[in-house]
Design a protein around this ligand. Structure first.
Ligand code: ARG
Length: 467
């Protein structure tokens, strides 16, 4: 008989792994300290400002206020230096800090919680954390945008097939392709900035749910904590987690963009495409196949985007059935959000590195425009422009020429003029001037088009837009 079986248990049927019975199970399901301790800075900052406000509103004495604030600063140092001992029995960061404050300054510590509750406290701490996460995302995206614009400028003249349905469609420039991602990441930054604006109202002082009878000054704490204003409704304040949902929505959409670029990089770096070569820093070799260079970082960016989407989903599902106001379900908000933020920042950093490092194989890109009759649209446009036929007729003529080339086993410019004239007698030698991919891309000078000249113009504007 081992020690475990001798321990008293509340219920031998369901208490199996838990030596201490019900209280141990409760502690394990209830405690959030393992993950919410990362909120300690926000918690202490919020408590210091709350304390200052209580003093200036004459709700607690200056002496107690001073003792509380110096105790809180000491706790911050203890946590930072690793000497603070966190206790699961004290549930969360808020109670761990308050309990330690009592040890340090005695009963005056109990005055800090006047006119507040853990409900408005956690909402405030968490909002400050998410606000910082929005700023980090914005900065990280800026670095990625810069990398994309630099590489776009460098590759403004590099020609590759542009695809629809993953079929060769029309030739494009690689600079133009990279700028497409620049646009996505620009929208992502705006989403984070917008979420930040909307979240920047301070819940502190909403207390448990109904507000407080103490003569507090919520404008003072809101301003001191960098918020634009206090929240308008105390019940909404303690039950709102939109800010975390909006952050994760922005992160999830952005992660989808990262994932799509990662997917293209995986394809481009394959032996069949060889459009790019990924650097050693972001690839691994195979333990058995010596020729391989696996695009692991790109694959993980693609893979981890699913995890961010999952985190968003989990909080949406947590929130959807909750009546006002706070329910303990909401404690599930943090792991999802923290994991999403950590994962998101990691994939943006990895993608920035991959974009900076990738070697572009311009010859291979150009070569793969040889197949797929990629200038067929240029030919049709020429028939419209020079012969004055309606586009639908031109489309039909071009289709016949493509079929002829396919049969002959050549590209469109491999047909002779005489062969072309069997389909449309009015075609002249001039048609060959539009069948090269260089001419094709150079002609697409419409606003936002793929021409190298247009890409250079877009790059200059993009640099200004990065800010
Ligand atoms: N640990 C809790 C959370 O993360 C803090 C709020 C607890 N409030 C309460 N009434 N039990 O959400």
């Amino acid at each position: 008989m081992n020690d475990k079986t001798q321990m008293p248990k509340a219920n031998t049927l369901w208490g199996g792994r838990f030596e201490g019975g019900v209280s141990e199970i409760m502690e394990k399901i209830n405690a959030s300290i393992d993950f919410d301790k990362i909120l300690y800075r926000q918690d202490i900052r919020g408590s210091i400002e709350h304390c200052k406000m209580l003093v200036s509103c004459n709700i607690i004495s200056k002496e107690d206020g001073d003792a509380i604030q110096s105790g809180l600063k000491q706790i911050e140092k203890e946590i930072e230096s690793g000497t603070f001992s966190f206790s699961a029995a004290l549930e969360d960061i808020h109670m761990n800090v308050e309990a330690r404050l009592t040890e340090i300054i005695g009963p005056a510590a109990g005055r800090l919680h006047t006119a507040r509750s853990r409900n408005d406290q956690v909402a405030t701490d968490f909002k400050i954390w998410v606000r910082d996460a929005c700023d980090h995302a914005d900065n990280a995206l800026k670095a990625l945008q810069l990398a994309l614009v630099d590489r776009a400028e460098e590759n403004a003249d590099v020609i590759l097939p542009g695809f629809t349905h993953l079929q060769s469609a029309q030739p494009v420039t690689f600079g133009h392709h990279l700028l497409a991602y620049f646009e996505m990441f620009t929208r992502d930054r705006l989403r984070f900035q917008d979420a930040r604006k909307r979240l920047n109202e301070c819940p502190l002082g909403s207390a448990a749910l109904a507000g407080t009878s103490f003569p507090i000054n919520r404008h003072q704490t809101a301003e001191a904590l960098g918020f634009d204003r206090p929240t308008a409704n105390s019940m909404d304040s303690v039950s709102d987690r939109d800010f975390a949902l909006e952050y994760m929505s922005a992160a999830a959409i952005s992660a989808v963009h990262v994932s799509r670029l990662a997917e293209e990089m995986v394809t481009w770096s394959s032996a069949q495409f060889k459009f790019i070569e990924m650097s050693d820093s972001f690839t691994t070799g195979s333990s058995i196949m010596p020729q391989k260079r696996n695009p692991d970082a790109a694959e993980l960016c693609r893979g981890k985007s699913g995890r961010i989407i999952g985190s968003l989903n989990s909080l949406l599902i947590t929130m959807k059935g909750l009546a006002l106001t706070f329910s303990k379900d909401m404690q599930e908000d943090k792991e999802a959000t923290f994991d999403a933020a950590e994962t998101y920042e990691l994939i943006i950093a990895a993608m920035t590195g991959m974009v900076e490092d990738m070697k572009v194989n311009a010859d291979k890109m150009k070569k793969s425009t040889d197949v797929g009759f990629i200038t067929a649209t240029d030919l049709a446009d020429w028939v419209v422009r020079v012969l004055g036929l309606p586009f639908r007729n031109a489309h039909h003529i071009t289709g016949s020429l493509v079929a002829m080339a396919e049969k002959k086993g050549c590209d469109l410019d491999g047909l002779t003029l005489a062969e072309m004239q069997t389909v449309e007698p009015k075609i002249t030698e001039d048609v060959f001037s539009v069948l090269s991919v260089e001419k094709s891309v150079a002609s697409r000078v419409s606003f936002g088009g793929t021409a190298p000249s247009e890409v250079r113009r877009q790059v200059a504007i993009a640099r200004e837009r990065i800010g």
